[in-house]
Ligand binder design. Structure first.
Ligand code: NAD
Ligand code: DAU
Length: 339
């Protein structure tokens, strides 16, 4: 089996690369990533020598490069993680979200269709469903109602993926996941940002009243879900992935401060995010009942392990904060591995 993983130098993609290499030692895995600010090859240092793994630097919007890659490599499966992923950045710079998340997806879909791949899996998000009030859950049949340029671009990509299945018969699945947490999470996102600021005794900026709710899922449980959908998901289907761990942001922040034994006086309520979705909550019954998915982590265990990971891996995030991580690729490889 030959698998293309795009965006595999980011948070979830790198966890998925590691998960697949360990679980399927006979699979050949190609990781294609443009190494934007969110891509970090230091994360994958331990896998560099693995003979069934190859990293290639490349942009999914580059049609010539993608076509050449697909012709050369003859992939069986494609799992697309590559995306601009941060909501706040989509508010200040929406163009790049449309380019990567929508146009990049279309380039991958065309190459997948033209090369008869066995399955294309699109890693999407619960944010395409918009926001919930105090009650209810997102199911796979909930209407799409995205509220940020990020979620609108992910919804646009989902619609393209669906259309390539209906129109061209490309075998596809879409997964829609709630908020992930765990190792190698880029420190612009809530949990790593708060852990690092708390460790450094810097202020913790909480948007609005801090009562927005997210449904937290450990990244390893997400990887297991993608593995199941890739191998067993019914053609054309969408699967929601969520951990039933609804927490307000302020609860998350206080849990982190408490675990690190730091004062709540570090909390600062700041101006709210425009278009800030109030609550996400996923109904993952379809994934559990059809494919037998069960998350391994409780939130209590997962968050403790994650905070400890940030304590034990200070160099990893210090290199991000200082910008040194971006020099790693050039130093180690030059341009030798470019497609
Ligand atoms: P991330 O920002 O950490 O990583 C994204 C990766 O994609 C980076 O390595 C980046 O270099 C790469 N990339 C960006 N543009 C590219 C391009 N044009 N060509 C090739 N590579 C490019 O993101 P993440 O949090 O790991 O999210 C991965 C996927 O999962 C995204 O599609 C995101 O929408 C989705 N998702 C994330 C979460 C979450 O909680 N983080 C939840 C649900 C869904
Ligand atoms: O739901 C899945 C989505 O989860 C993914 O599709 C996105 O790629 C991922 O970034 C994440 O989006 P969120 O906007 O929910 O994540 P973020 O970590 O940016 O914010 C989580 C919550 O915390 C949100 O309500 C905003 C709030 N927040 C965030 C930051 C960075 C703060 O209060 N302060 C902050 O400094």
């Amino acid at each position: 089996m030959k698998l293309l993983i795009t965006g595999g130098a980011g948070f979830i993609g790198s966890n998925f690369v590691r998960y697949m290499i360990n679980k399927y030692p006979s699979y050949q895995i190609v990781n294609l990533d443009a190494l934007t600010y969110a891509g970090n090859l230091e994360t994958l240092k331990d896998l560099e020598m693995n003979k069934n793994y190859k990293f290639l630097k490349g942009d999914i919007t580059d049609r010539t490069l993608i076509n050449k890659l697909f012709e050369n490599e003859k992939f069986d499966y494609v799992v697309n993680f590559a995306a601009e992923s941060h909501v706040d950045r989509s508010i200040t710079e929406p163009n790049i979200f449309v380019a990567t998340n929508i146009q990049g997806t279309q380039v991958l879909l065309d190459a997948s269709k033209d090369n008869n791949i066995k399955k294309y899996l699109q890693v999407s998000t619960d944010e395409v469903y918009g926001t919930l009030g105090e009650e209810g859950y997102f199911s796979e049949t909930t209407s799409l109602a995205p509220n940020s340029p990020y979620s609108a671009s992910k919804a646009g990509a989902d619609m393209l993926v669906r259309s390539y299945n209906e129109t061209f018969g490309l075998p596809i699945n879409i997964t829609r996941c709630s908020n992930n947490y765990g190792p190698y999470h880029f420190p612009e996102k809530l949990i790593p940002l708060m852990v690092i600021n708390a460790m450094k005794e810097k202020n913790l900026p909480v948007y609005g009243d801090g009562l927005n709710i997210r449904d937290w899922l450990h990244v390893e449980d997400h990887c297991q879900a993608i593995d199941l959908v890739l191998h067993k998901g019914r053609n054309g289907e969408v699967y929601n992935v969520g951990g039933n761990n609804e927490r307000t942001n302020i609860e998350i922040v206080k849990t982190i401060l408490n675990y690190l034994n730091k004062s709540e006086s570090l909390i600062r309520f700041v101006t709210d995010r425009p278009g800030h979705d109030r609550r996400y909550a996923i109904d993952a019954t379809k994934l559990r009942e059809e494919l037998g998915w069960e998350p391994k982590y409780t939130f209590e265990t997962g968050i403790k392990e994650t905070i400890k990971w940030y304590q034990d891996n200070q160099q990893w995030w210090e290199n991000i904060i200082s910008g040194n991580y971006q020099e790693y690729f050039e130093k180690q490889y030059g341009l030798r591995l470019e497609v």
